[in-house]
Design a protein around this ligand. Structure first.
Ligand code: MRU
Length: 321
């Protein structure tokens, strides 16, 4: 298998009707569909990470609203339910906004298709940042599973690989839920891209040894000034990258840019249950962190490679959720 079909990751079946999601909690060991027959079930799938990754959450929510309309259920109630499922990824709110005027299956499928098209376009732009023999490092999963198809940061790796520019990828395992070790590694394996999973804490010493040429990561919300919320641990990587003179590139669709949020200080950060960290002791579990714009070498969207100052370069691009 080269690449997951978008419909395999998320789809709406009007006969039923139902939303079908590839259950990411069981990957890479089992490929099982999760069937949702109400918006409340879609919201629960988002909350419990059966579907995760900012653009994929938006796609699932769009299908959830279309499902609601097909069932003749209360759309406002469904929107409230979906909007309360997770707080950080702005794509969720963007998708609900996009669907409000036209909550039809056609609109939801178009939104999904357009997100995947954006991935292909941003990946082509991002691949321009690679040189022959590039050794990349990535964090969490920003592959097709996370975006509805192809991937953002992993899409950049795919395109760079196809162009003969990528030597290998170090994959942060991404504690505590191991999106890197379970999902990114699985996607890279299927793409035939050489990779090695590392403990998150190994990144510093591998950078010090000169084994990392660049870092690519996705995003869950990019503020107007370029501050970027992404999976917890991205900020640590950014600080390490600055120390070692390694560029950190964020690759994300315009649906992730939130011009209504001025800076990272205003991005709501999800704090998940401590039991994901420890079932024996009290634990803190912030699921995301904010990387300051000053530590980001470029933000790549479907429109191109955006450089600082981001307040200027992102302004024409942002989707303004
Ligand atoms: O909690 P998750 O798995 O939904 O978080 C997703 C991320 O933070 C990913 O790192 C990703 O880059 C953003 S979505 C492409």
């Amino acid at each position: 298998m080269q690449e997951l079909e978008p419909e395999r990751i998320a789809r709406l079946e009007e006969d039923g009707p139902r939303v079908v999601l590839l259950d990411q909690r069981l990957l890479p060991y089992e490929e099982v569909d999760l069937v949702c027959t109400t918006a409340a079930e879609v919201a629960d799938a988002i909350r419990t990470l059966a579907v995760r990754g900012a653009p994929a959450i938006g796609v699932a929510a769009a299908y959830g609203l279309a499902l609601t309309a097909l069932r003749g259920d209360d759309l406002a109630e469904a929107e409230r339910e979906l909007a309360s499922s997770r707080p950080t990824a702005v794509n969720l709110f963007w998708a609900l906004e996009q669907m409000r005027a036209d909550p039809t299956p056609e609109r939801a499928r178009a939104l999904h298709r357009e997100e995947v098209e954006r991935c292909h376009r941003m990946s082509a732009h991002a691949a321009e940042l690679f040189e022959p023999g590039t050794r990349a490092l990535t964090h969490c999963n920003a592959g097709g599973l996370a975006t509805g198809g192809y991937g953002s940061a992993v899409g950049a790796l795919r395109t760079a690989w196809e162009r003969g520019l990528l030597a290998s990828v170090l994959v942060d395992e991404t504690r505590p839920l191991l999106q890197g070790a379970r999902l990114t590694a699985w996607e890279l394996e299927h793409a035939g891209i050489p990779h090695a999973v590392i403990a998150d804490s190994a990144a510093a010493s591998l950078m010090a040894r000169g084994e990392v040429d660049l870092i690519v990561a996705g995003a869950d919300r990019i503020a107007a000034n370029g501050d970027t919320a992404n999976k917890i641990g991205t900020y640590s990587l950014a600080v390490l990258a600055a120390h070692h003179g390694i560029p950190l590139y964020i690759v994300a669709p315009s649906s992730t840019i939130d011009l209504a949020t001025a800076s990272g200080d205003d991005i709501p950060i999800e704090e998940r249950d401590g039991s994901e960290i420890s079932t024996r002791f009290t634990a803190r579990n912030p699921a995301f962190d904010v990387t300051p714009a000053a530590l980001i070498a470029a933000i790549v969207t479907e429109d191109g490679v955006h450089r600082p100052p981001y307040a200027e370069s992102l302004a024409p691009v942002g989707a303004a959720a």
